[in-house]
Design a protein around this ligand. Structure first.
Ligand code: AMP
Ligand code: MG
Length: 537
């Protein structure tokens, strides 16, 4: 059954069951003894819908016809509150770039409430950029168009890639101007303001637990943990059983496993989050908070798009698995008072390591079109990644082209001919060394493929189909998002819609969209927003 906006019904478990900040006024403060504060979105001048994702409307059983209405833009810019909504901002802390930062909280995110859909699933609606909250610290609570377009499109792109993520229902212009110093260099500019409505089973982060533990508020820590287990991890509680220390350990183990799987996906598709602070880590193992993220174009394991992290490169591509483990260790420390023993928590961190290693091997086998990951494959992969760095090679294009390698190719072929199959992935003419190294690698690869053909009767078409279902053809390259932003800034929203459509089927050949199966153009290498991003959003 489909609902109109006015028919949406809310069942706000988080608000109902967890302690609220007793102060109702909206001023910046430390909030103790509570999980959230009630706060109203700030009204805006003239909301205008840029784009809405129909699949996300489906999650909340909302009739698609409603997306085009004025009421929809009014609600999802924060101007109107539906009956049953209880707008609130959550209290959390976090480790930022390795240091404890104390209270952070939803500084510009406002949860509207939880919808229970026809399948009995709960979905929380959250506005990002809807004005200040008690957690806004020195900032304005707003979001600009460029970062909102990036969040909206990437949330949906990640979902369609099969990566666990928060979703995005809508992207609305507010009609207001927001002042931002994009590169923190003393050049603030006015930019159009926008609001994204994010949707997830919950937006709870590692930091929601960390802040309570840091303040030694063990009562509320326990309440929030029990609530989280009951609502989002009910399978961990056997019927009639109460929540025990063992339940907390099983819960932490599941968070470790989910996080490992999420990170393995990022590494598979070449995604760099950019700001893996513990306040940006979802307790459900969802990718959350799309800020200065990026996609590897030339394969460079040390790349990060985030200029704010340019010095230490803590959050560079290759570091992500290690950082997630460090973040999990912080969460483990935070819930230690509930478990009161170190060893079981450490065992969970081992489960992270194990799961990540297994998942990485399975993903790599699929990326290369191998039936299984066997002895010797680790070396083959290491050689590949070494070779990819000799001359700048586009990761997405390379793996897509690799599916075209013919396992029956007669190997006494010239090096330069052998590498023709992947030549399009190079940003510049490959050097002689690159040609011979890549040809050497391709010969090893072909021999490896042949063993699967002999042992399992593997066929070219089956292998290619498997590879193509794990190596996306289209990802949201930064320059693509930037082109959509540039057009949207001029009032033309067609490119946002077009990219949303393209990214719905990232693994399929879509001939009508083949201009997007292309390397980053040269102009984008140094353009702001295309290769360099800051946290200013
Ligand atoms: P982020 O780096 O975007 O994850 O943000 C870190 C913290 O700063 C979170 O508590 C955010 O809610 C808060 N924050 C970021 N941008 C703003 C803003 N424009 N206004 C208020 N708070 C913000
Ligand atoms: Mg954040």
């Amino acid at each position: 059954m489909l609902n109109t906006l006015n028919q949406l019904s809310f069942d706000n478990r988080f608000v109902r069951e967890l302690p609220a900040d007793p102060t109702a006024d909206n001023y910046r403060r430390q909030v103790t003894g509570a999980c959230y504060s009630f706060v109203q979105p700030t009204p805006v001048r003239s909301p205008q819908l840029i784009c809405a994702a129909t699949e996300v409307a489906d999650l909340i059983n909302l009739d698609h016809a409603e997306l085009k209405t004025d009421l929809f833009s009014q609600i999802f810019s924060g101007n109107k509150i539906l009956s049953g909504m209880q707008p609130h901002a959550c209290c959390y802390g976090g480790h930022q770039f390795g240091n404890w930062a104390g209270q952070l909280g939803d500084g510009r995110a406002i949860n509207l409430g939880e919808i229970k859909n026809a399948q009995g699933e709960y979905w929380t609606l959250q506005l990002k950029g809807a004005g200040p909250t008690p957690y806004s610290r020195t900032a304005d609570g707003l979001a600009v168009l460029r970062s909102s377009v990036r969040e909206f499109l990437c949330s949906e792109a990640m979902h369609h890639l099969g990566v666990p993520t928060t979703r995005a229902l809508s992207l609305v212009l507010t009609g207001e101007q927001v002042r931002r110093d994009m590169f923190y260099d003393g050049n603030p500019q006015l930019e159009p303001g926008a609001v994204v409505c994010r949707v997830a089973q919950s937006f709870t982060r590692f930091g929601n637990f960390e802040i309570l533990s840091a303040r030694n508020d063990i009562d509320v820590l326990k309440q929030l943990t029990n609530f989280t287990i009951q609502t989002d991890f009910p399978h961990l509680i056997c019927s009639n059983e109460t929540i025990t220390r063992e339940t907390y350990v099983k819960w932490f183990e599941e968070i470790c496993i989910r996080t490992a799987k999420m990170i393995a996906h990022w590494m598979r598709v070449g995604f760099v989050h950019g700001v893996m602070n513990t306040d940006n880590m979802s307790i459900l193992g969802l990718t959350i908070d799309y800020g200065p993220y990026g996609w590897l174009e030339g394969y460079d394991p040390d790349w990060t798009p985030n200029t704010t992290d340019a010095q230490g490169r803590r959050y560079r591509f290759i570091n992500q698995p290690q950082v997630a483990l460090w973040n999990l260790a912080q969460l483990g420390n935070a819930i230690y008072p509930l478990v009161d023993a170190v060893e079981p928590l450490q065992e969970c961190l081992n489960a992270y390591r194990r799961t990540y290693a297994e998942q990485w091997q399975a993903d790599m086998a699929n990326k290369l079109g191998l039936k299984d990951f066997i002895e010797g494959d680790a070396q083959l992969i290491e050689n590949l990644y070494g070779t990819l760095q000799l001359t700048e090679t586009d990761m997405t294009i390379f793996f897509r082209l690799l599916a075209n390698v013919d396992a029956q190719v007669p190997l006494p072929i010239k090096d330069s001919e052998l590498i023709d199959v992947v030549r399009l992935a190079y940003y510049t003419e490959p050097s002689a060394d690159t040609v011979s190294a890549m040809a050497r690698w391709l010969r090893d690869y072909v021999i490896r493929l042949q063993s699967d053909f002999v042992l399992y009767g593997e066929t070219h078409d089956r292998r290619k189909a498997r590879m193509n279902s794990h190596n996306p053809k289209y990802v949201l390259r930064n320059y693509m998002a930037q082109q959509a932003i540039d057009k949207a800034t001029l009032g033309d929203f067609t490119e946002v819609e077009r990219l949303l459509q393209l990214l719905r089927n990232p693994y399929d050949d879509q001939p009508e969209y083949d201009i997007y199966f292309a390397k980053r153009p040269e102009w984008a290498r140094t353009k702001a927003g295309c290769s360099m991003l800051s946290c200013s959003s």
